[in-house]
Design a protein around this ligand. Structure first.
Ligand code: RET
Length: 315
């Protein structure tokens, strides 16, 4: 049997014109091919993360589900960009003479921001739940994160120099997130045990390092129009692969021996009797059968010491 090599036809099929306006600084087939490759990787990662989750009891799958959601959403965003969809032509602030970026309208992939507005809160949730952070702190960090992404989108769509105003707000938001990860959450994670502290340090440092590179990419792509859309694809693509599938694999590996109840994530399954305390019907010793516990009562040894000491009673 003979295999026929099929060309990537996405650019011809979908074109560079949106609602009558045409962008003239665009990805080429190379950029599109690369986006397809990342899309495929995100799909594989999603299947692996879900598959790994199925090997655990339902009560222990929280990090698998969060992490698989991240790569699932990214796969669809990458499908869009590979297809040359999910962009809008935006007039550049700086006209460049370099032929790679010379032109008036640059293709701005807004679908990237739709991806990030969903996935960056989930990445933070992965990290902050690992650190056992109190829920009001988690909610606020996530809100600040939404501010960061939405200001990035606003800046990318604004034509005048005022785009940098939005960019500045976004950077301030990132500074707060970095402070939370590098200081408050790290202290929290270390307090929960050395193994938890270690996972947090590994995944938190990777995240902090990578996230700081995103505004740099923005500055030379959407903001400054300094590098071509194909180079933009490479820059953001490498960052996204490291920040999502690689981060996710490290996080799930780190969690392999950590019982979520130690992080305050005691989750009840249907075959546990909520009226019974002491864990007699739980999957494992140490389950208390009272749903999600408070965030800080599982510190010592993975078991719910406070409630386990109480003799089993039926209410
Ligand atoms: C923008 C521009 C505005 C200023 C800042 C930004 C930061 C974006 C970040 C994005 C992270 C995305 C991730 C995606 C995962 O695949 C919006 C570029 C600070 C940090 C982790």
């Amino acid at each position: 049997m003979e295999f026929q090599k099929r060309a990537n036809d996405a650019l011809n099929v979908n074109g560079n014109t949106v609602n009558g306006r045409t962008s003239d600084i665009n990805i080429t087939t190379h950029g599109s091919d690369w986006y397809w490759a990342v899309c495929a990787l995100m799909i594989v990662a999603t299947m692996v993360f879900i598959g790994l989750g199925f090997r655990k009891p339902r009560t222990h799958r929280i990090f698998h589900y969060i992490t698989a959601s991240i790569t699932m959403v990214a796969a669809i965003a990458y499908f869009s960009m590979a297809s040359n969809l999910g962009f809008t032509p935006i007039q550049v602030q700086y006209r460049r003479s370099d032929p790679k970026v010379s032109g008036v309208f640059r293709e701005i992939f807004y679908v990237r921001y739709i991806d990030w507005v969903i996935t960056t809160p989930l990445l933070l949730l992965d990290l902050l739940l690992t650190a056992g952070m109190p829920w009001p702190s988690i909610l606020f960090v996530i809100l600040v994160d939404e501010v960061m992404i939405v200001t990035g989108l606003a800046g990318a769509l604004v034509v005048s120099s005022y785009k940098w105003g939005y960019f500045a707000f976004g950077c301030a938001a990132l500074a707060y997130i970095v402070y939370q990860l590098g200081w408050e959450s790290r202290k929290h994670a270390n307090h929960l045990g050395t193994d938890i502290g270690r996972v947090f340090l590994m995944c938190g440092s990777l995240t902090t390092f990578l996230w700081i590179l995103y505004p740099i990419a923005w500055g030379i792509c959407e903001g400054g129009n300094l590098i071509a859309p194909d180079s933009e694809a490479a820059f953001y693509g490498v960052l996204d692969v490291l920040a999502k599938p690689v981060f996710g694999a490290l996080l799930l590996f780190g969690h392999r021996n950590i019982d979520p109840s130690r992080l305050g994530l005691r989750i009840r399954d249907y075959d546990e009797d909520p009226a019974v305390t002491g864990g007699s019907k739980g999957h494992e010793k140490g389950h208390t059968g009272n749903g999600v516990d408070g965030a800080h009562n599982g510190h010592s040894n993975g078991h719910n010491a406070a409630t386990n000491d109480v003799p089993a009673t039926t209410v």
